[in-house]
Design a protein around this ligand. Sequence first.
Ligand code: FES
Length: 92
Amino acid sequence: MENEDKVKVEICCGTACYLLGAMRLMDLTENLPKDLVGLVEFEAKACLGKCERDEIGCAPYVRFNGTEWMGNATPERVVERIRELAGRREEI
Ligand code: FES
């Protein structure tokens, strides 16, 4: 799969996001469900600026494909969204 076809997932690792769980999200880079391996490009970012504009309580933030935001991101929600964006159904 070409890089531009991959789901791009930027994980904010700024202070607010770090304190509110970004490291759990970073674990996904090593422990992605098998069916999604190779379909995702992860990037750890410095503060993406959301915590200054929005409720700080909504950290950690993730950005998908450069435009779509997720606040209160959890590994489960991020995986679910990656599946949707990659056009994958959940494996049962
Ligand atoms: S620390 Fe994550 S948006 Fe600022």
